[in-house]
Each structure stands twice: as structure tokens, then as C-alpha cells.
Design a protein around this ligand. Sequence first.
Ligand code: FE2
Ligand code: FE2
Ligand code: FE2
Length: 420
Amino acid sequence: MSLNADLRHVIHALSDALDLVGVDDVAHGKRVGIMAAACARVAGLPDDEADFLFDLGLLHDIGVSSTRTHTHLVQLFDWEGSQVHCQVGEALLAGFPPLAAMAQPVRYHHTRWEDLRSPGGAQHVAPQVARQANLIFLVDRVDALSAPHHADNTLLDATADIRSTIAGHSGSYFDPDWVAVFLEASRTEAFWLSLEPRAVQACLLERRDRSCTWPASVVELRQLASIFARIVDAKSPFTAEHSLGVSRLARYLAERLQVSPENCDKLEIAGLLHDLGKLRVPDEILDKPSALDERERRIINTHSFETFQILRNIDGFEAEIAPWAAWHHEEPGGNGYPFHLEGSVLPLEARILRVADIFQAMVQERPYRQGLGVAQVSGFIEALVRQGRIEGRVAGVLLDNVVEAMSVARPVFQDVARIF
Ligand SMILES: [Fe+2]
Ligand SMILES: [Fe+2]
Ligand SMILES: [Fe+2]
């Protein structure tokens, strides 16, 4: 498959999805990356290390998909539950060679410096890893202290307090060398103003325009997409392995509908990423055991547009993967969302993804119910075809192979999924 996607570019775009977990404040990872890179510059580190620390900032909370967890991490300076997302993040990153160097720094990005360096502490951690992890910890806590001031534009009034809080934790929470670097870097108003939304956007665009030379292979793209699928699927016990199952089933159906091998690969990636936008849906709505009210339904229904916003920015994804993924709630009868497209403009791949999405959700076990059986699921699928909500040809192939399709779509509970 020739997608001509650049791996760093894909990583930057997908890291956008992690920030969605902030719901109303969707730039935490970016601000942490910007501050880490600013400190790296003041410390005189070479450009490639500063770039690594920027990317580490973008991805440091890769183990967080719950909006509740995100809130705890931002509202409390030191939260006793903070280690879980470090372990999850480490497990996700360690299995993907291009990002494996981030696994250990992510593991220790909420560990106090004195625990990392003291005799009897996590002494096995290499000094460079400990320093990378601790820089992220420091600027991450700066962002937690800053967060309330972003909302009402009072950050410049608060910088003296934030700087003295960080200085007060020198040698305990934070490496004294990094504290000194941070105090030097954050002397200027520019340091703080660069964290405002417009400045953050400009910084990301500038980095994006730098010549990139990290061509991604199909295998790498699929691996990276499945990491993000796991993050989304981990958000709710109702959706364990949903994206992975949808992706497998979409490919299975596409192969039986004579879709080209190249498009089958792209569809698999679109399937893995189709619900990325759900990261912005608050846990209490996604996990609500009873029926959603109108407002909650409206919030949940924004997710496929959020998916579109993220994927359309990836060069190589804009013409196929992004729309296929984002159109999985569009209906052949024209009554879907969020674009309300007519069925005639929906490509076969988008129609396949829609059927795979619905079928996977029906056959998946839920905490409160078994997955549906063959007779029930076939009846539901036929009814949806009659109502113009899914396409008959795709549904026909599904029903001709319904038993096999069920085993393709159902979760297999691989190791990483288990730890969430
Ligand atoms: Fe964190
Ligand atoms: Fe964080
Ligand atoms: Fe969806």
C-alpha cells in the first residue's frame, strides 16, 4: 500500500485524540510538549533530544482514556491513582518499536525524583530516562497548576505562585537541575504566552511544516492505529475491543466484496480509528446504563465529526481513511449524522464500515447482557436494511457468513487490553 504518510506526522495528529480526553480543555499534551522543548533548549540539549521531549510531551498521557482520570490528574497535584496510566502507557508504547524509547519515561512520569534516585528507589532506571521522565513530570505539574487560569485568562497573574510551588519541590518531586532550568525558562512572559491556544496551534503548524523524513510502512501504520484503537476501546467496559473487532470484520467483508487489497488495508486502519472522537465523550455519558437523554445523545453523536477533524489532517489519509472512518454513522437513506450525506455519495468502504460497526456492537458481550445470537442479530440486520439504515448488498454478504462473521467480530482479549 502506498499511503505516503509520514510517521511523525501521524503521531502528532493522533496525539490530538489524546488531548480530547480533556473535554473542555484539549491542549494538555501539546502544552506539556511545548514546555518540555523550551526547557530542553534552555538546558542546551541537541535538537533531536528536544524534539524527542516534545513528542514525549504529546504522548505522555497515552495511558489515559477516561475523562474522570484526566480530571483527577489535572486537579490534584499528587494523586494516589496516578501510577496506573503510567503502566498502561508503558505497555502500549513498549510494543511499538518506533516509540519504544518513550515507554520507560512514560512509566516514571509521576514518580518523585527522590524515589527515582535515592538508594532503594527505582535505581535500575537509567539516568537519562530518569531525567526525561522527571522533566515531563515537572512541566506536567506546571500545566496542572496552570489549568484553572487558562479558562479565565489569568495565567500571567499566577506565574509567580506556580514558579515558587515548583521551586518548593526541588530535590523531592523534581530534579534540582530541571527546577533551575525551568525557573530560567519561565522567567519570560513569552514562555507562558506560548501556551495560549493560538500560540499552541502556530507551534504545531510550524513543526508540521518542517521537512519530515520518516516514511511509515503499512505495518507501522496498522500497529500505531491499533494502539489508538486500544486507547478508545479501553474507555468503557461496554466497548472492550470494539474497534479491533470492527476493523477485523470490515476487512473480512471487504475481501468478500472484491475490494482491492490496498483498500482493504486502508479500511482496516479506518476501522481501528473510527471512534477516536469518543475520547472526548465524558465517561458518565458513555457508561450510562440507562437510556440517554437528548442532550447526552447530541454529545455522543459529535464523536464521528471529532474523528474526522483528527484524521483529515494526516497527509495520505484525507481522501479515503478519514471520510470512511468519519462516515460510519451516515445512512444510505440520508438520515445519518453528522453530514447527513445521501447514500449515493457513500463509498462502498464507508458502507462496509457502518455495517461492521453495528454488527460488532450487537454481538459483543456487555457487562449487563450476552451478545446477541444468530437469529436475533440476523433479524435486526434485515430490519435495518428495510429501513434504509444500512446497505443491502453489504448486509447480504454479512448474513451469508453470519456465524464466521460473529467470531471475527468478537473480542479475543489480547494481553494489552487486559491490563486496562
Ligand atoms: Fe500523566
Ligand atoms: Fe499529563
Ligand atoms: Fe461510532
